[in-house]
Write a new protein. Structure first.
Length: 627
């Protein structure tokens, strides 16, 4: 199985494109300082204007609410909490089913479905972000922005962007001072200029976190794992801090990108193997590299507020050497390069934004295909073992968009099949590519659903959760107006016939707890549910040897653990118990991703931000456990 491994959106209703009743027509098949966080954008300036025919409309979110960064939609006065708080029938006029159609993701209110009833190498998930922090996903990570906003909303967004001079909506990497300690960008701002050679550090055993790790191992109890190594931030960052992208694995290297650099570390001991400085901010990244360890990063084309996320830089993660570099060419006035999404499948990197797309060969940078002709155009991609595209089709009714899901040939961009979603339902996320599990959203009805598709792109089932179940997946957060990252969700797992997802935390007791629910992908109905141990929270990471792999979060007095559940459910079995001596550090991550690979667990910070330089350089960015 290949699935996209990235906060938790506000809540709302659940609706679902299921198979229609017999005789009904089917759709066509085929702890930081909160004061450092960015503030809410100013109101739109000037009267809204309608985009040209065929241009997809986009909207921008409010400031993400504390404790629930993620899918930000502007709310209306008197609306229920979260954007999806209203009930509404689906396009086929069916009534609510017996399960109440409770939201299986970040949106938690009940709402009927549109079609009626119907009887990897490493895994990770991000934890809750601290209140008021800047978006951890960084530009291009995609926090759930839909593709079919009305012309009024997009015109308002454009008016604000133009009035603000572009770029002021995004996390700016300029600290606004002349502190000589601030990192100096190396290389040229010319995207065609050769990249700088990487700085190689073979390591001398010092400064690699081993000493700190040894302290954390003091008093380790029988059966507990040990801290293999930890890394602390070593980069002086701008005022608002920086998102940390990755991690990516290539051979014995684990790599991450932050601010204007990419670094590779030894998986075994954490020593830095290489560091590559970049001329501007990293602004977009794919979820996975190529099988031979190459990756393509999105880098801004300058260091000012007006810079676009339009430069592609290939990096060999095995060596840290920079490869080809080129700038994406703008395709018309409605091609917004300020925010892009990247996905890699095989030797192809696909670039999506608004109604435009491009794809390049990772090995040499040759352009493979661009935006296709016709009425329907890809705008976002998910990679891995399949290249999945979210496609928007031109329609005169911008409030009732037409979206498609396609599997593309990575070498040519030709669709292998097309699934046409019912009108009004927009492709939001890919939770798993094999089997294919996709999230769809309906902005007007304030609903969303999760559907499974067959290998040929036909509707397999729609998830039908229990009446009281509020399911959740972790899909990161991105403070961006245009662009969408289709991949990047975690907190979910799937095998050939079952999809596993956790419920939202229940905080009604003395401590948070939740449960994991398994859904039959052939029927959409729940197969079983497994409560977490008392006062603990479980989150799926993936599959391991046929079992469901999960992270059991730490709490204030207990370290975390990697556990498994058999595919038939039951009681969690501990695979790797993190040491109690490291519990304070593990529980101190305000925004993190957890992965398990080759008998090691990695707790990885997704953002570094602090109120001063001293605290910034003391923040742990990676914590690694092994038996």
């Amino acid at each position: 199985m290949s699935q996209p491994p990235s906060q938790q959106p506000p809540q709302g209703g659940f609706g679902a494109p299921q198979e229609p009743p017999n005789g009904a027509p089917q759709p066509p098949q085929g702890q930081p300082n909160p004061a450092d966080a960015p503030q809410t954008p100013p109101p739109p300036a000037g009267p809204p204007q309608t985009p040209p025919p065929g241009a997809p409309a986009y909207g921008y979110p409010q400031q993400p609410p504390a404790q629930q960064p993620g899918y930000g939609y502007p709310q209306q006065p008197g609306q229920a909490p979260g954007p999806y708080g209203q009930q509404a029938p689906g396009p086929y006029g069916q009534q609510p089913g017996p399960y109440g159609q409770q939201a299986p993701g970040p949106y938690g209110q009940q709402a009927p479905g549109p079609y009626g009833q119907q009887p990897q190498t490493g895994y990770g998930y991000p934890q809750q972000q601290y209140p008021g922090a800047p978006a951890p996903g960084g530009p291009g990570s995609g926090g759930g922005f839909l593709k079919g906003k009305t012309g009024i909303v997009v015109a308002a967004a454009l008016a604000v962007v133009l009035a603000a001079g572009l770029g002021t909506w995004f996390l700016v990497s300029d600290s606004g001072d002349d502190d000589p300690k601030k990192p100096v960008a190396t290389g040229s701002n010319d995207p065609k200029a050769p990249s700088e050679s990487p700085t190689v550090d073979e390591g001398d055993g010092s400064g690699d976190g081993r000493e700190a790790g040894d302290d954390l191992n003091a008093g380790r109890k029988p059966g507990e794992a040990k801290v293999a190594w930890l890394q602390k931030n070593d980069i002086d960052l701008p005022r608002n801090g920086s998102a940390v992208q990755g991690p990516w694995f290539a051979g014995d290297v684990v790599a991450k990108a932050i601010y204007r650099s990419v670094s590779g570390y030894s998986v075994a001991d954490g020593k830095q193997k290489w560091k590559l400085d970049l001329p501007a901010d990293v602004c977009a990244t794919p979820n996975t590299p190529t099988p031979d360890g190459k990756i393509v990063l999105g880098v801004k084309n300058g260091t000012t507020d007006r810079a676009n996320c339009s430069v592609l830089q290939m990096v060999d993660l095995n060596t840290g050497k920079a490869g080809w570099k080129k700038e994406i060419k703008k395709n018309g006035n409605w091609d917004f390069l300020s925010d892009i999404g990247l996905a890699i499948s095989g030797d192809t990197v696909a670039v999506g934004r608004t109604g435009n797309s491009n794809a390049y060969r990772v090995s040499d940078g040759k352009e493979l295909f661009g935006t296709p002709e016709g009425n329907c155009k890809p705008f976002a991609f998910s990679g891995g073992d399949k290249l999945i595209a979210a496609v928007s089709c031109r329609t005169d009714d911008v409030k009732n968009p037409q979206n498609q899901v396609q599997e593309l040939n990575p070498a040519t961009g030709k669709p292998r099949w097309t699934y046409q979603a019912p009108r009004g339902w927009e492709v939001s996320k890919v939770y798993s590519s094999t089997p294919l599990v996709v999230r769809l959203e309906h902005e007007e009805k304030k609903q969303y659903t999760i559907v499974a598709l067959t290998e040929s792109g036909k509707l397999r089932s729609q998830l039908v959760p229990g009446k009281s179940d509020k399911l959740t997946a972790d899909c990161g957060n991105s403070f961006a107006i245009f662009g969408e990252k289709l991949e990047g969700c975690s907190g979910v797992a799937a095998d050939a016939n079952t999809f596993y997802i956790a419920t939202e935390d229940d905080s009604s007791g003395t401590a948070r707890t939740n449960k994991v629910i398994a859904f039959d992908l052939n029927t959409g109905k729940p197969k079983w549910e497994a409560p977490a141990p008392a006062e603990r929270v479980l989150k799926p990471l993936g599959m391991e040897g046929g079992d469901v792999l999960l992270y059991m979060r730490p709490k204030y007095d207990t370290a975390g653990a990697i556990v498994t559940l058999p595919p038939t459910g039951g009681t969690p079995k501990t695979l790797l118990q993190h040491p109690s001596g490291a519990g304070r550090v593990e529980n101190g991550f305000f925004s993190s991703k957890v992965l398990y690979k080759d008998s090691r667990s990695f707790v990885f910070s997704t953002r570094v931000s602090a109120s001063n330089d001293k605290e910034e350089l003391e923040q742990t960015t990676m914590l690694v456990f092994e038996k």
